[in-house]
Write a protein that binds this ligand. Structure first.
Ligand code: ZN
Length: 285
């Protein structure tokens, strides 16, 4: 029997209530519901402004478990790749302003008109390499989020935890006998990695310094939309307590960030959503 998670490790990824609330309402909502962590998306952060968001987050004593998201490195030409690097540079600055524990990278897919998957993957590595020093200097760890392979073409051509860890090891190798620097690691999202037969081995391989974020929701059967039909914890087929136990076994001690992109939950009263999130976090994850 796996012990329930600690309630104070719950974090709200703001995508969960993005259609109902602005960032100010999300921050106040977390405080009202006793949720101690928050992970904003950049569109909402841009509306409020990073400085004002930072002030409100400090006022309510929330931990910022991530900023979503940087990435999207591959592009058809050099100007496009340069623009992506500039955008990631700004994202790192915003993440530093709000004290985010990491910048989540959804790395991007294949450029329009291309069939060169290997080339796209190399562009991802080159893009991350181009911003890593700025991230390190800004004390914003970069968290590569492997996405389910159904998003390989258009959102992320990094699709397994092993693939993400390989990139970390290539760009930021740990000296023999020492720990990785923590400047780059992974965001483990249950929705994206639960199916992977190599996941247990990949989590065993991951050093604690590489495990920067943990995102949770559930995989519904059937799933009616590839993007916007994520389930509430407990409503699907992912053994979330077992996955959390594996992460903890690998040394992860961070937050459990609930990220539910769902047209169903976006129709609900957001205060009701947060009440259910809190309850399901304890009971089903
Ligand atoms: Zn995620």
């Amino acid at each position: 029997m796996i012990a329930p998670p600690r309630a104070e490790l719950l974090s709200l990824n703001t995508a969960t209530v993005r259609e109902q609330w602005n960032l100010r309402q999300m921050i106040e909502g977390c405080a009202r519901h006793g949720i101690r962590g928050i992970s904003p998306w950049r569109d909402k952060l841009g509306e409020l402004g990073a400085a004002e968001a930072a002030r409100l987050i400090r006022q309510h004593e929330l931990a910022v478990t991530g900023l979503c998201r940087g990435g999207m490195f591959p592009a058809a030409d050099a100007a496009g790749r340069r623009a992506a690097i500039d955008d990631n540079w700004r994202a790192i600055d915003d993440a530093a302003t709000i004290g985010a524990r990491c910048l989540v990278l959804v790395v991007g897919g294949i450029p329009a008109g291309s069939k060169d998957l290997a080339g796209a993957r190399q562009m991802v590595i080159d893009g991350i390499a181009a911003v890593l020093d700025h991230a390190r200097a800004s004390r914003v760890p970069l968290a590569i989020e492997p996405l389910h392979p159904m998003y390989c073409a258009d959102r992320a051509c990094v699709n397994t935890l092993d693939q993400a860890l390989d990139i970390c090891d290539a760009l930021d190798p740990a000296p023999p006998g020492a720990s990785p620097s923590g400047a780059i690691g992974v965001a483990v999202d249950a929705y994206h990695v639960w199916w992977d037969p190599n996941l247990p081995r990949a989590l065993e391989r991951a050093r604690p310094e590489r495990l920067l974020a943990y995102h949770i929701c559930d995989w519904l059967v059937p799933t009616t939309d590839l993007l916007l039909d994520r389930g509430m914890m407990g409503d699907g087929v992912i053994d979330l307590p077992a996955l959390r136990a594996r992460l903890e076994g690998s040394g992860y001690r961070g937050f459990h960030e609930v990220e539910i992109l769902s047209t169903r939950w976006w129709q609900r009263d957001p205060d009701e959503v947060l009440r259910i999130v809190r309850e399901r976090h304890l009971r089903c994850s």
